[in-house]
Design a protein around this ligand. Sequence first.
Ligand SMILES: [Mg+2]
Length: 333
Amino acid sequence: MISERECIKMIQDYAARQNSEYLVKGIGDDCAVIKKDESTHLLFTTDTLVEGVHFNLNWHSPYLLGRKCAAVNLSDIAAMGGQPKVCLLSVAFPQGVPSWFENFMAGFSGLLQDYDTLLVGGDTVKGFHGIVISVTIIGEADKKHICYRTGAEAGDMIWVTGPLGNAAAGLYLCQKSLDKPGGPEGEMQQLVKAHLDPEPLVGLGTVLAKSGLVKAMMDISDGLATDLAHLCSESGVGAEVKQEFLPVSQALKQVAAAKQIEPVDWILRGGEDYQLLFTAEPSGEQKLRQLTADHVGREIFIIGRIVAGKGVYLCDKDKRREISYQGYDHFQN
Ligand SMILES: [Mg+2]
């Protein structure tokens, strides 16, 4: 068996043998980028969610699952600073189409509508075992504003757009609360929502991209440790993350303390937070804070610094340890 990263590398090697004047960026970023005209590029992204691997219908309502299937793809368009435009949906059903699929579609198309994205086609097939849902979204962006993973340089500050680990803690709560009808209450709902109904940060991605201050950007889908390692490897740099700077919600701290779980595992390795991760020169700090507060009413967080060399390191007081790629490998977990 080979790892997921080795598999992606193999596909990448085959793709690298092609050459076209239309191809701006192939594999290796949140979206593939194709020339549309002199000033605009098209962005292509696809994501597949598998029952029992990415979702569990015991706690994921079909309506929210529909929203999530749209959100994770919209998030990749946001990560490049683009506007989503059209969507394709393909589903494999193992035993006919279940009656709840209408609720799925209500959630799915509702979220697409919220982001002015048209559902224009797809496919339905008979599957095997669980349901498999594959979504493709195509967006566009002004070519001078597109944020790739490749632009980070030593000295840049590393930013994230919100608390990390909430989705992983929410998944944990869903798994543990199966025997408690009604599920978790109060603040814990914030964590469960982060897992079941993530928000794609399309507006924020556009504001950041248009600022001209962002040098590299991606969304956090596989966990900070893995995704920051991807960004660093694409940019040919390393990173130092300060543990004390990592934004963590009160709710996550409470659950971690109550369950005696080390929260840093959820924060670094949890995945599915769909926050944006980006780098910018230190001189841009005030303007970035102002722009995001003014346009989307959001606080953003510096978590560390890009350094020369390679590898992602977590610094906690005088300790420094490498955390590169310690996230979700879809075939190993
Ligand atoms: Mg992504």
